[in-house]
Design a protein around this ligand. Structure first.
Ligand code: ATP
Length: 868
């Protein structure tokens, strides 16, 4: 415990002082060097294997005097770079704006008023309130403190917790460090680049841009395919050359093959899709700090959630008081002290009831919350539990007691589950304590009944516990209160006199019941892990429809072996009276069972569990900076229902990625089958490299992005979570790729061969057009792997519809617009050619629809599960 120091400037800066300081010192931020950002993004576009392959192709075509081909490839390279650039620029901006939403705030006192401001607006001289879990927003001198410890590892690299006492004008709190325990007030001495942190480091960003597992897998896949493509293409050229075929034709064939095999659009489409997913989640108040979270969320099998504030509203109101001599009811709601306390149906004032007066005094004095009246409303500053107790004290008081002074504080922590304050009135001292009833009883040795003090024997203890359980059974959060006379410096929590219990109501959030049912339907287990007592936890679980046959306390958990814990986690269980360390053990045990765990947390000590969980979820309102920094997802509204919404988004996202990956690869398969088939059959080159690039980047690229915007399929939240090792393509996907590839490739060869008599260019143009149309038609088959488009609605994804129209338009331009004709070596095709194309396109629409309709009707009649 540390002493709270002499009064310091309490009013803070005034508005007239702030403006000149802001003008002089600027904003409290460390500015990144963004001068070459554009150039850096542009250069990145030319570093992929694909571009290297294309540049080699361009050089080869150029060397052979095929200027038009070289130019066509060159244009594609530039277009690809520009497209990639535009997309990356947008992604960058989207991530930036998400990051801005996460930027920290600072609690300051300005002009005597406490307020929250963006940390970037701090100026030297500002009076800042700091508390457990907050990140120090600037360099500061501490002037008032209670048990303050700071983790300076961000600066020193060592994770020691440093005790902090008042600094003598010199800064002793540094930007970027975090408060592990205690509270304090400090004056800002330096901001932005002038801070110690600003001078030594490039600020760590709040959103990681680490690529996700999927992105890495995808990039690896693209790279492997690219290498394979180069090898196959090289071999084809070599074999062709040595068997006496024309070198130019063989080089072009090799290039076409290489280009056809590489899924050029895949990595870019994946990044766009993940970013769009993150933006959609942000709109639903779930901020993704790591793109990875978007894909992991969809696989979550267990959600471990706090109770207070996540499942409940965290709007506490005291409704009952119990002492060994009497019982009281309390009326009124919220922070408005307009209600009153009744005993046996009659209004009751502290002035007429000394025991009630003592209890209310502890409630008010052992407290860091404040009520303030502005016009006709009351505002509460501080934790809701404490605020409810201040409001309660106001309701019972005729006149407030003479000002008393806080001398020292043993702060509350989730581990201790109680707190105490040493208070001085005139020349006497008293130690007031409050906390979880059993944690208060453990430091009491007497109790007052009818103004007489009795030793706290077993009988009285069991009476108190019985009353505690009775309140808890009604879902009330119960706080025990105690006090004793003390001396200056006498802060040990011992020999306290028990005063009574207060029951607080904290209503469940109305939307949570439905969200829990949605989780059950989706095969996701929900486990409540709370610091509150087991009886209260159970009552709230029941009110929410959360099955919890077993309620284990933190102490019971500690006595369990890992094997027992693993076993019990498979049943309907909740955990109460836990500390943050228990959360870590629970996550670890769940992961050992093979679960994918989402875990919520708000306190500084929750950080290890949040990091350990597959998806760490921090609270945007209640949470500390430390918890937020350790999380993957931040809930802006602290609401459990938001997690479930985010999981639904995650599932949709994964499915959509799987859809466009299958789509793009099936298109590559079609091109490769056609090219190989044509070579084997001794036909001329079926597609030119530039035509294949056109298909992969222009027509398919646009429709793949649109496929990524597909809405959630009906029933998506009725399926069990996907397995941990589920691959993006899956077995069904591989079959789809092979079958579609075989069909579109085969059909292309047939068309090409049958039109060759009309001339190679006409045959090639028609086949090229056919493949584009095939892909545009086939995209509808990938919209869902089980629901036919007739049920989804053909136009329900209007982006896809527009993308298909756009693809069709660009293809018409490719064959009828002279500049593109020159570039892609096409000729206008006639009506009869279109008929041929149309004929081969029809099965691509009809067959998948038929298969899905049959599967769906079989699933409905219970004969088989629909294919996933
Ligand atoms: P959750 O983990 O679901 O958010 P919680 O907020 O109840 O639950 P803690 O903050 O660890 O968890 O609180 C545990 C217990 O400590 C509470 O049930 C209450 O009895 C007591 N308590 C909470 N806040 C205070 C406080 N400010 N002063 C004294 N006791 C408190």
């Amino acid at each position: 415990m540390s002493d709270a120091k002499a009064p310091a400037p309490t009013q803070g800066l005034t508005d007239s002082e702030i403006a000149p300081l802001q003008a002089r010192y600027g904003r409290n931020e460390i500015v990144h060097d963004t001068r070459f950002r554009g150039l850096r993004i542009l250069v990145r576009q030319f570093t992929s294997v694909l571009v290297v392959v294309l540049i080699v192709a361009m050089a080869a075509a150029f060397a052979m005097g095929e200027i038009v081909d070289a130019a066509a490839i060159g244009i594609v390279v530039v277009m690809n770079a520009l497209l990639g650039f535009a997309q990356e620029w947008r992604t960058d901006n989207a991530i930036k704006s998400l990051r801005r939403m996460l930027s920290p705030t600072a609690h300051v006192i300005r002009g005597g008023q406490e307020k929250s401001i963006p940390a970037t607006e701090l100026v030297p001289g500002d009076l800042v309130l700091i508390e457990q879990g907050s990140r120090i927003p600037a360099d500061m001198t501490l002037i008032e403190h209670a048990g303050l410890q700071v983790d300076e590892s961000a600066l020193s690299g060592e994770s020691d917790h440093v005790d902090k006492t008042a600094g003598l004008g010199e800064p002793n709190l540094f930007m970027g460090t975090t408060v592990t325990t205690g509270r304090g007030k400090a004056i800002v001495t330096a901001i932005g680049a002038l801070t110690k942190f600003g001078q030594i480091a490039g600020l760590t960003s709040t959103i990681s841009e680490r690529p996700t597992v999927l992105q890495i897998q995808m990039a690896r896949l693209a790279m492997q395919i690219a290498i394979l493509a180069v090898v196959i293409a090289g071999a084809t050229v070599a074999i062709g050359y040595f068997t006496g075929r024309d070198l130019f034709v063989m080089v072009m064939t090799g290039l076409s093959l290489a280009v056809s095999l590489v899924p050029e659009g895949l990595p870019v489409v994946l990044t766009i899709s993940l970013t769009l997913g993150a933006t959609a989640m942000a709109r639903q108040k779930a901020l993704v700090r790591q793109l990875q979270a978007v894909e992991t969320l969809g696989a979550a099998t267990v959600i471990c959630t706090d109770k207070t504030g996540t499942l409940t509203e965290n709007r506490m109101t005291a409704v009952r008081i119990w002492t060994l001599g009497a019982e009281y009811q309390v009326t009124g709601t919220g922070s408005d002290p307009a209600g009153h306390i009744t005993r046996n149906g009659r209004k009751c004032r502290a002035a007429d009831d000394p025991e009630l007066a003592n209890l209310l005094e502890t409630a008010l004095l052992c407290n860091n919350a404040r009520l303030e009246q502005a016009q006709n409303t009351w505002a509460m500053f501080g934790s809701p539990t404490e605020g409810a107790l201040v409001t309660l004290a106001y309701k019972g008081w005729a006149t407030l007691p003479t000002p008393e002074r806080l001398v020292a504080e043993n702060p509350f922590s989730s581990e201790r589950k109680r707190m105490s304050m040493l208070v001085r009135t005139d020349d006497s001292f008293a130690l007031h304590a409050k906390g979880a009833p059993e944690h208060i009883l453990s430091v009491c040795n007497s109790a007052v009944i009818d103004q007489k003090t009795y030793p706290l024997d077993d009988e009285l203890r069991s009476k108190i516990m019985a009353s505690y359980h009775q309140m808890a059974e009604n879902g009330l959060r119960v706080i025990g209160l105690a006090a004793r006379a003390a001396q200056d410096g006498d802060t040990e929590e011992r020999d306290m006199i028990f005063q009574g219990l207060v029951g607080l109501i904290d209503p469940p959030r109305p939307e949570v019941g439905a969200a829990i049912q949605a989780c059950r339907a989706a095969g996701i287990q929900v486990i409540m892990i709370t610091g509150d007592g087991p009886t209260t936890a159970r009552a709230i679980a029941q009110q929410l429809g959360l099955p919890a046959r077993i309620a284990l306390t933190g102490a019971e958990l500690e006595d369990m072996t890992d094997a027992d814990l693993t076993e019990v986690l498979g049943r309907d269980v909740l955990f109460a009276r836990t500390t943050p360390a228990h959360k870590l053990r629970i996550v670890t045990a769940l992961q050992a069972r093979g679960e994918t765990v989402a875990m919520t947390g708000d306190g500084v000590n929750d950080a290890p569990a949040l990091k350990r969980a597959d998806i760490g979820i921090a609270m945007g309102q209640r949470g500390t900076d430390v918890a937020r920094d350790s999380s993957d997802l931040v809930l802006l509204d602290d609401n459990f229902a938001t997690i479930v919404g985010a999981i639904a988004q995650g599932r949709r996202q994964f499915e959509n990625i799987s859809k466009f990956a299958r789509y793009l690869l099936s298109s590559n398969a079609g091109e490769a089958v056609a090219l190989f088939g044509a070579i084997l059959m001794g036909l001329p080159l079926i597609f030119l490299p530039s035509q294949i690039l056109w298909i992969n980047l222009v027509t398919d690229g646009i429709s793949a992005v649109a496929l990524g915007l597909e809405k959630a399929e009906p029933g998506q939240m009725q399926d069990p979570p996907r397995g941990r090792n589920a691959t993006i393509l899956g077995r069904t996907g591989l079959w789809m790729i092979l079958l579609l590839g075989a069909y579109t490739g085969g059909a292309s060869i047939w068309i090409f061969q049958s039109l060759l008599a009309e001339g190679e260019i006409i045959a090639r143009t028609t086949t090229f057009t056919a493949l584009v149309i095939f892909e545009l038609a086939a995209v509808f088959a990938f919209r869902s792997f089980r629901v036919p488009c007739t049920s989804l609605g053909w136009l329900s994804n209007r982006y896809l519809f527009l993308a298909v129209l756009l693809g069709l338009g660009t293809q018409l331009a490719a064959i009828y617009w002279p500049p593109l004709q020159l570039l892609l070596r096409t000729q206008p095709i006639g009506w009869e050619h279109w008929q041929l194309v149309g004929l081969f396109t029809l099965p691509l629409i009809i067959v998948p629809e038929l298969i899905k309709a049959i599967l769906a009707s079989r699933a409905r009649s219970g004969k088989a599960a629909p294919a996933a």
